[in-house]
Ligand binder design. Structure first.
Ligand code: PLP
Length: 372
């Protein structure tokens, strides 16, 4: 067996460089992230005593993201992705709460990782409907609070449409009712801080106790890289577990995983420092320009439209005038396009690997399907 035979065997799978993936939140990692990842491939920060300098790098990276999110005392970890980060957040919320509090108030649009978290942690999700803007209804959040409430979750960049829940209002409710507020900014964490006049969702709001941010989405890092960022050390340490047998000496573990990639930390740190604020801003400016251009093109196709005016680089493509969005989805996929299926729309994500050239080809196919 050799690499070419393996490549041949796997050929035909989609590839970000092939420009057919228009519905993913992942993307081709930045070249600096790839280079750095390869160099530190064998590092395992699950045994932190062996890699104290990498742990320092992780602390520094989390502190930088904390400052980006208006917090000078942020503590956290680089974990496997948004799902793990969300599980960790609810784990901390549960461990810090009084006995008997089990309910987590969250939008019906939440990512499925919260269903996993609730099942694993013995919690109950109270799912709240969204309004016409596809954001959680704050009036219903207040009504849902009971003596069993433990936490509220707000989403900054929903999985389906990329919109931001009214986190400022959720924060006021959380403070008033002494509830833990977690913000799932797995997608929006590397988007909203770089868009002018974007909604507030960070630690500048008193109620926010933790935030999920994924470097492996708009952060241009490698899969698997997610971050859980806590307001302070006390919250982070509420899930600490003592590990006694490690080669590098005793340590505290606070991730779902035991063995944990140091390469993800190094690569995330590298791309963050290489691009800097300006680089990320340039990145998202490009994606937003493409998003708005695409919407203008969609408006020219009779029977197609968008679900909601986007707040980030995600568009929900929907159909009217007797067109069937499921049929369009089936036919567009048949032509080789990898888009994301939602109950009454198709999600298109304008990630760094998506080009105007590929979108133009996609639009040609879309027009011919709609007009046939
Ligand atoms: N949170 C949100 C809002 C997401 O959109 C996603 C993934 O799409 C996740 C969490 C889960 O992230 P991951 O797939 O990295 O576990």
């Amino acid at each position: 067996m050799n690499i070419s035979r393996l490549k041949k065997r796997l050929s035909g799978d989609h590839d970000f460089k092939g420009h057919t993936i228009l519905g993913s939140m992942c993307t081709e990692p930045h070249k600096m992230a790839v280079k750095t990842y390869k160099r530190f491939l064998s590092t395992n920060v699950g045994d932190p005593g062996l890699f104290p300098k990498l742990i320092q790098l992780e602390t520094e990276y989390i502190a930088s993201l904390g400052r980006l999110l208006s917090n000078d005392s942020a503590v956290g970890s680089v974990v496997s992705g948004g799902s793990e980060a969300n599980i960790l957040a609810l784990w901390s919320a549960r461990n810090r709460s009084e006995k008997g509090k089990r309910e987590v108030i969250i939008s019906e649009t939440c990512h499925f990782s919260f269903d996993k978290a609730a099942d694993l942690l013995g919690l109950q999700l109270i799912k709240i409907p969204v309004g016409n803007d596809y954001k959680i209804r704050v009036d219903l959040v207040e009504k849902a609070i009971t003596d069993k409430s433990l936490a509220i979750v707000g989403i900054a960049g929903t999985t389906g449409l990329g919109v931001c829940d009214p986190i400022e209002e959720l924060s006021k409710i959380a403070v008033k009712n002494n509830l833990y507020l977690h913000v799932d900014a797995a997608f929006g964490g590397f988007v909203f801080p770089f868009i002018d006049n974007s909604p507030k969702f960070d630690f500048s709001l008193d109620g926010v106790m933790s935030i999920t941010v994924d470097p492996h989405k708009m952060g241009r890092a490698v899969i698997q890289s997610g971050c859980i960022i806590y307001r302070n050390r006390e919250i982070a340490e509420s899930i600490n577990i003592d590990v006694t047998y490690l080669s590098g000496g005793r340590a505290k573990n606070r991730s779902v995983l035991g063995t944990r990639s140091g390469a993800s930390i190094a690569a995330s740190w590298m791309v963050y420092n290489y691009l800097g604020y300006k680089g990320y801003k340039k990145n998202i400016d490009r994606s937003m320009k493409l998003t708005y251009w695409f919407i203008d093109e969609i408006k020219k196709i009779d029977g197609l439209g968008v679900k909601v005016q986007p707040e980030s680089n995600i568009v929900g493509l929907c159909a009217s005038k007797g067109l069937d969005i499921k049929e369009i989805l089936f036919k567009i996929r048949e032509r080789g396009w990898a888009v994301s299926e939602w109950p009454d729309y198709i999600r298109i994500t304008f990630m760094p690997h998506v080009t105007k050239r590929s979108l133009k080809k996609f639009l040609v196919d879309l027009r011919s399907i709609v007009q046939s």
